[in-house]
Design a protein around this ligand. Structure first.
Ligand code: PMP
Length: 362
């Protein structure tokens, strides 16, 4: 059988070892006689799974003690409402949220935030992260929201990602599509959130990492099940958490630790991205549209200069086991998502195909 490499933007490829372990444990988890799906979230078996997942994620991202990690439901998009609902309680009237607009996901966040507050777009560009010196921040803004990796456009905050020294500004970052692919200084952020279905596990789990002093500021209308303080006070079990997704996430965290953690993921991400961008840059058959300094290491959108060949390109890719390369419908073209679980061999196979297809259609 052709070896399959899955370039989906999410839900996305998971480590084979994790899937194999989940399969082996499916009917009987650790001699408990139960599948993880059948366990009470309040029983000792699931509590041990939850605690290990929390501890491993904390270790992998070096999350300081004054931050809570919440395992929620609702996906990344729900956080666009839940964050204002949870942070604006102390500023109910006339609050302003600053945004850096870098593409589709920050745009969605902006649209949702307008329901709850005034919005100021402090800087905007969809092909590069606007230089920090140009950001027009609002004095006294409730917080500053950014999407640190735009999954559709392929714009990532780097290499100055860890240079966000914004005094007196609460940073909120949507890291859905690159969390755990590079080291971050969590202490620079007020809230980090991420849907799980790219670098963490199955859809249905949403990670929220929040500094403790930001808890307890919810608007009265905030639904209780989504009140960060209630969720934190109840170790993510105010209501039933997405138990099976948390279990798989926990297996992914263990896998990441065995691989060498986030530093090793970052090294691999760089190697994979370098290989792919070099192939795209080295050919006049393809083009990319993001400024080289802000090219995402996770999501690589690219275009065939002759778009009439798109269907043939995708069909040939599929025949070689290179799946889900079609670009997002809003931007067209192609997109290769090369998350942590994508082995370098997948990128090598894609590069070989890029060269072969270009050679055949000169
Ligand atoms: N933010 C980013 C950066 C994303 O890539 C996505 C999903 N692709 C979302 C938010 C929305 O996540 P969900 O579909 O889980 O709500």
């Amino acid at each position: 059988m052709t070896h399959i490499f899955n370039f989906s933007a999410g839900p996305a490829v998971l480590p084979k070892e994790v899937l194999a372990q989940a399969a082996a444990e499916m009917l009987d988890w650790h001699g408990s006689g139960m599948s993880v799906m059948e366990m009470s979230h309040r029983g000792p078996e699931f509590i041990s799974i939850y605690q290990a997942a929390e501890r491993d994620l904390r270790e992998l991202l070096a999350v300081p003690d004054n931050y809570k990690i919440l395992f929620m439901q609702g996906g990344g998009l729900s956080q666009n409402a839940l964050i204002p609902l949870n942070l604006l309680g102390h500023k109910p009237d006339g609050a302003t949220i600053d945004f850096i607009h870098t593409g589709s996901w920050s745009e969605k966040s902006i649209k949702e935030a307008r329901k709850y507050a005034n919005v100021n777009i402090a800087a905007s560009s969809t092909t590069a992260v606007p230089p920090q010196a140009e950001w027009q921040l609002t004095p006294g803004a409730a917080y500053l929201h950014m999407c640190t990796n735009e999954t559709i456009g392929g714009v990532e905050y780097q290499p100055d990602f860890n240079d966000l020294r914004l005094q007196d500004v609460t940073l909120v970052a949507d890291m859905s599509s690159h969390i755990l692919s590079r080291e971050i200084d969590v202490a620079k952020y007020g809230v980090i959130f991420a849907g799980a279905q790219k670098n963490i596990g199955p859809a249905g789990v949403t990670i929220v990492i929040i500094r403790e002093d930001l808890l307890g500021k919810a608007l009265p209308v905030c639904p209780s099940a989504f009140d960060f303080k209630l969720v934190a006070d109840n170790e993510s079990m105010y209501n039933t958490p997405p138990t099976y997704g948390i279990y798989i996430a926990g297996l992914v965290f263990q896998w990441l630790k065995r691989q060498g953690g986030v530093a090793e993921m970052s090294r691999r991400a760089q190697a994979k991205a370098d290989l792919l961008y070099a192939a795209l840059d080295g050919s006049d058959f393809y083009e990319t549209r993001v400024a080289p300094s802000n090219r995402s290491r996770m999501n690589v959108p690219f275009y065939l200069k002759d778009e009439s060949r798109n269907e043939a390109f995708l069909a040939g890719a599929k025949a070689r086991g290179l799946l889900q390369l079609k670009g997002h419908k809003s931007v067209g073209g192609m997109r290769a998502s090369i998350y942590n679980a994508m082995p370098i061999e997948g990128v090598q196979a894609l590069v070989a195909y890029l060269n072969e297809f270009a050679g055949q259609h000169k």
